[in-house]
Design a binder for this molecule. Structure first.
Ligand code: ISE
Length: 341
C-alpha cells in the first residue's frame, strides 16, 4: 500500500513537497500536514482527499503515519528529528540537518542508538542530472584526476530575515555537500574572503562572498556565493581535471532569435532549477522507505556539512582559514547509498 507521509511544515518547501507527493510521486500519499499555524496546514490539505491537518507532530503520529517529510526551518529540526526517530519512522529532512554542529551530532548519536539509519537529508543536488554526470566523469577517471572546482551560487534576492551567517549555513551548505559527494572526501578547511559588497544586499549581509574549500587530497573548490544577484538563479560549476574541463549548470533551453536579437530565459529560482532533482529525491526516498530502507545523503553528511558551516561562519568573522575537525565516523554510516565519503 501507499506510504502515508506526514509533512511537517507547510511553508515554501513544505508546500512544494506536498504538491509533489500528491501529484507526481508513486506509492505515496499525503496523510497529514503539520504546521504550528493550523490554518496554513488546513489550507495545505484542502484539495487532498483523506489528508488531515494538525498543529503538532504528536497528533499526526497518533493518527497513524508511515513516514515523515520534515520541511520546517532548520532551527526546529533537532526536536522534530528526535521525536520522529522515537517513532522509528523513515525521515526525509530538508537541509540543513540542524543549524549547528553540536545539535547535528546529537541527532547522529540518537540514530546510532536506534541502531539503523532512518534519516535522509534533503541535499537534492545529488539527484540533479548534471551533477550526477559530473560525478560519473570524476569516478570514471576519463579526464584524469579532478584538481579544482569553480562554483557559482547565485540567488536573485533573499527572503526577510536572511542573515550574513545564512550565506554559509543556508546556501553554501549545498556546496559543502556536493564537494564531499563529488570528491568522495571530507573537507579539511574553509576560508572566506569578503570583497567589495553589493549595495543591493540588505543591511547586515555582506554579499557576495568568496569561499575557499579544501578537501583531504588537496582539491580546491572556490565558491562565489552571491544571494542578491538580481538577474535570476544560477548554480553552475566548472570542474578542472588533468585532461579537460567540464561545465555544468548553464541555462540552456529554447534559444530564441527575434527582431535582431538572440536570447533565452534565465531560471528564476531553486524550485525550478532543481525541480526534477527534488522529484527524483522524493521518489527515491519513498521507494526505499516502502522497502524498509533509507538511502541518499545521511545524518553523517548532515553532521559533516554542519561542521563545515561552523568553520565557514568562523572564517567569515576571522578572515583566517579554519580547519574542519570531525568526530570519528560511526560504523552505521559506512558505505551507505550515495554516501561515498
Ligand atoms: C535555499 O535555502 C536553498 O536551499 C537553495 O537551494 C539555495 O540556492 C538558496 O541559496 C538557499 O537560501
Amino acid at each position: 500500500r501507499d506510504l502515508r507521509v506526514a509533512v511537517i511544515g507547510a511553508g515554501r518547501m513544505g508546500a512544494d513537497h506536498i504538491h509533489r507527493l500528491h501529484t507526481r510521486t508513486h506509492g505515496a500519499e499525503v496523510a497529514a500536514v503539520v504546521d504550528v499555524d493550523l490554518d496554513r496546514a488546513t489550507a495545505a490539505v484542502a484539495d487532498i482527499p483523506g489528508a488531515r491537518a494538525f498543529a503538532t507532530p504528536a497528533e499526526a503520529y497518533a493518527a497513524g503515519v508511515d513516514a515523515v517529510l520534515l520541511a520546517t526551518p532548520g532551527f526546529l529540526h533537532e526536536e522534530a528529528l528526535l521525536e520522529a526517530l522515537g517513532q522509528d519512522l523513515p525521515i526525509l529532512c530538508e537541509k540543513p540537518l540542524t543549524p549547528d554542529v553540536a545539535s547535528a551530532w546529537r541527532v547522529v548519536e540518537a540514530e546510532v542508538a536506534l541502531g539503523r539509519q532512518r534519516i535522509q537529508v534533503g541535499f537534492m543536488r545529488r539527484y540533479d542530472a548534471e551533477y550526477a554526470a559530473l560525478g560519473q566523469t570524476i569516478r570514471s577517471g576519463d579526464l584524469g584526476e579532478l584538481l579544482m572546482l569553480h562554483c557559482r551560487h547565485r540567488n536573485p534576492d533573499t527572503p526577510p530575515g536572511f542573515t550574513n551567517e545564512m550565506l554559509i549555513n543556508d546556501s553554501v551548505v549545498h556546496e559543502f555537500d556536493v564537494v564531499r559527494y563529488l570528491t568522495g572526501e571530507e573537507i579539511t578547511s574553509v576560508a572566506v574572503r569578503l570583497g567589495k559588497a553589493s549595495a543591493k544586499a540588505p543591511s547586515g549581509q555582506h554579499d557576495p562572498q568568496h569561499v575557499l574549500i579544501e578537501t583531504a587530497s588537496g582539491v580546491l573548490a572556490d565558491v562565489e556565493i552571491f544571494v542578491n544577484a538580481q538577474f535570476g538563479y544560477e548554480v553552475a560549476t566548472e570542474a578542472a581535471f588533468e585532461d579537460g574541463i567540464v561545465d555544468i549548470g548553464r541555462d540552456t533551453g529554447p534559444y530564441v532569435r527575434r527582431a535582431g536579437r538572440w536570447g533565452g530565459s534565465i531560471t528564476p529560482s531553486f524550485v525550478e532549477r532543481f525541480g526534477a532533482a527534488y522529484d527524483l529525491e522524493v521518489q527515491a526516498w519513498v521507494d526505499a522507505a516502502r522497502r524498509g530502507e533509507i538511502g541518499g545523503p545521511s545524518a553523517w553528511d548532515g553532521y559533516a556539512t554542519a561542521a563545515c558551516c561552523e568553520a565557514g561562519v568562523a572564517a567569515q568573522g576571522s578572515g583566517e582559514k579554519v580547519t574542519v575537525t570531525l568526530n570519528e565516523k560511526p560504523a552505521l554510516y559506512a558505505g551507505s547509498g550515495h554516501d561515498r565519503v
